[in-house]
Ligand binder design. Sequence first.
Ligand code: F6R
Ligand code: MG
Ligand code: MG
Length: 383
Amino acid sequence: MTTLSIIKADTGGFVGHGAVHPDMMDEARRELGRAIDSGLLIDGHVANCGDDISLIMTHTYGADSALIHSFAWDTFQATTHIAKELGLYGAGQDLLSDAFSGNLRGMGPGYAELEFQERPSEPVLCFLADKTEPGAWNLPLYKIFADPFNTAGLVIDTKMHTGFAFEVYDLQQEKRITFDCPAEVYDMLMYIGAPSRYVIHSVRSKTLDETAAATSTQRLSLIAGKYVGKDDPVMIVRCQSGLPAVGEALEPFAFPYTVAGCMRGSHHAPFLPVSTDHGHPSRFDGPPRVVALGFQIHDGKMIGPRDMFADPAFDRARDQAGEIMDYLRRHGPFEPHRLPLEDLEYTTMAELTKRHADRWTSMTTEVMTTEDAESGAGAARVG
Ligand code: F6R
Ligand code: MG
Ligand code: MG
């Protein structure tokens, strides 16, 4: 069995929260090279989107391996060290714990992992995002694996026609459920249409009995109990031969749908598909963006990457995203550009509530007799 792991963390931004310094990328590459030489990894590639470094690795240790996770943790410590030396912004931002203990769950870095028996040819797409949350993958995953207007194979490929099973996490209550699609598509949409809370964690082919997609689902803001940055998620999608074609897996991103994140993790903004050269959010710390790296996995080796959004066919989505960004920006501090109060990553509300507590006066005087109350009749409102 081969395991493909993407483990990512923001260990310091250059400049501000926009990108990773080349020296940090070099350090991560050096560490990855050593891990390949020592036999820990079969292969690896270092990539970034915005201020997050992604270690994309193949190995044989399965998901949640202490060996692989501790290697990633040590690598992020090393890149943090460089960020501190250079005085980069938010050095070590996502490393929330002082010491590594077993695996990375709850420690800050995000990860998506898939273990599989390599098929004769194994095309995979690794999606990396910055300035948004893991629920940002809900819409494209639904389209890729459940929407026949996106994925022709759902209708005309016998290996896909039975559909896919979606594993969905409730991030607030730490519960999970599996929806059998297409039968339960309407039920599932009720949940995943609320992506700040319900997040698709994995997708499985019912015909092939193979996991086809996996996402990172940690919510740092909840883990840390305070704001430490949006989670900036990653996702793996396996393609072809009874799974969605590469083009079907990329197609949802031709629509620059709106995600939560952007400036101060507190705004809705369009999700911009970009080539790796453009994976550096700047305008209003955004717009949130996604890069896609394509690999052929062969005997565990990662042949690639190909920069999948470096295609003029996505120019239209990029132009539209610019227009949507202009439109939303003109709302300034008003919803729906600014997130609803309960989803803000930054807020002054607690302070304001205290400061103005004595100044708010009631607009209604409730006149209710004892008999009214006992009979359940409503109170008369005096304006
Ligand atoms: C959003 C993000 C940035 C920062 C913003 C303020 O996920 O990373 O938009 O929230 O630049 O950052 P601080 O508070 O560090 O000055
Ligand atoms: Mg940052
Ligand atoms: Mg980031």
